[in-house]
Design a protein around this ligand. Structure first.
Ligand SMILES: Cc1cc2nc3c(=O)[nH]c(=O)nc-3n(C[C@H](O)[C@H](O)[C@H](O)COP(=O)(O)OP(=O)(O)OC[C@H]3O[C@@H](n4cnc5c(N)ncnc54)[C@H](O)[C@@H]3O)c2cc1C
Length: 238
């Protein structure tokens, strides 16, 4: 089967192609990896509009992981995750929108966005919508949509991310742990291969032992060992 390619220079044009059954291709890096590859089908639409300048509390979808890694306005846990994913060539092409839209638990974006209480900005035929990232991850909308970016309703006082990779690179994440402290609580999230994302909320003055104990019943012994090592790193930064 051959694929016909189209170029969308606006989100509206991309949505039209998606409604005709096209697959969206942003950086296109998921197509390069057996672990992440979507089925592209007979019609593909390249998302080619320029990235909007990001404002505080918002990161736009066309931003590459390399740009996100260097963005002082992005929450630390997300920038560190962007810096940790893949290799330099992948990070220069892969976009935040594609990273989110893959909805793969074995990617580095999951734990930080859960811990940061992120919302996803979606564009559908009916306009723009905001959805909790948690809901998007577990129950993606059935309507044709584009991921336009993420917003953070509340800035964390502090956030961190640490990952354990099964292999160096290329390869999916083993276990990734993110933590974010807000005025009312500390959020910890864990994701990785075979882990359908664990999300826990603690009082602000959480200790390493309490975090480790709470995760014990939620993870396999191997994953718990790997997550505990990442928690130790995170707590060293506190
Ligand atoms: C060698 C290699 C190593 C990797 N290592 C890691 C790693 O260590 N950690 C990690 O987290 N990831 C890793 N990845 C995966 C990588 O992060 C994803 O491939 C990438 O983030 C996807 O972004 P993209 O812009 O290239 O999306 P694409 O590949 O273009 O698209 C991915 C999916 O999202 C859809 N899509 C794209 N943009 C949008 C949008 N704006 N709205 C709606 N749908 C959209 C596409 O239709 C497709 O289904 C690796 C990939 C490779 C090739």
């Amino acid at each position: 089967m051959s694929t016909r390619w189209f170029r969308a220079e606006t989100p509206e044009c991309a949505l039209w192609h998606l409604a005709q059954g096209a697959t969206a291709v942003a950086g296109g890096t998921a197509l390069l990896s057996a672990a992440f590859s979507p089925t592209i089908g007979s019609r593909a639409v390249a998302l080619a509009w320029p990235d909007d300048p990001a404002t505080i509390g918002e990161v736009t979808a066309r931003r590459t992981l390399a740009a996100l890694a260097d963005d002082p306005g992005a929450p630390a846990a997300l920038s560190i995750a962007a810096q940790s994913a893949g290799n330099p060539a992948t990070r220069r092409r892969a976009t935040l929108g594609g990273w989110i839209a893959l909805r793969a638990y074995a990617t580095d974006v999951v734990a930080p966005l859960l811990a940061l209480r992120a919302n996803v900005e979606l564009i559908t035929g009916a306009g723009r919508h905001t959805m909790a990232y948690d809901t998007y991850l577990r129950d993606s909308p059935s309507t044709v949509h584009l991921v336009a970016g993420v917003t953070f309703p509340e800035r964390p006082l502090w956030s961190q991310y640490s990952r354990h990779a099964l292999r160096a690179t290329p390869g999916p994440l083993g276990v990734g742990v993110a933590a974010a402290t807000f005025a009312d609580a500390t959020e910890i999230a864990v994701s990785g291969v075979g882990i359908p994302a664990v999300q826990l909320r603690f009082p602000r003055d959480l200790t390493l032992g309490e975090a480790r104990d709470a995760l014990r019943s939620r993870l396999s012994p191997d994953d718990h060992r790997a997550a505990s090592r990442q928690l130790e790193r995170i707590f060293r930064e506190l």
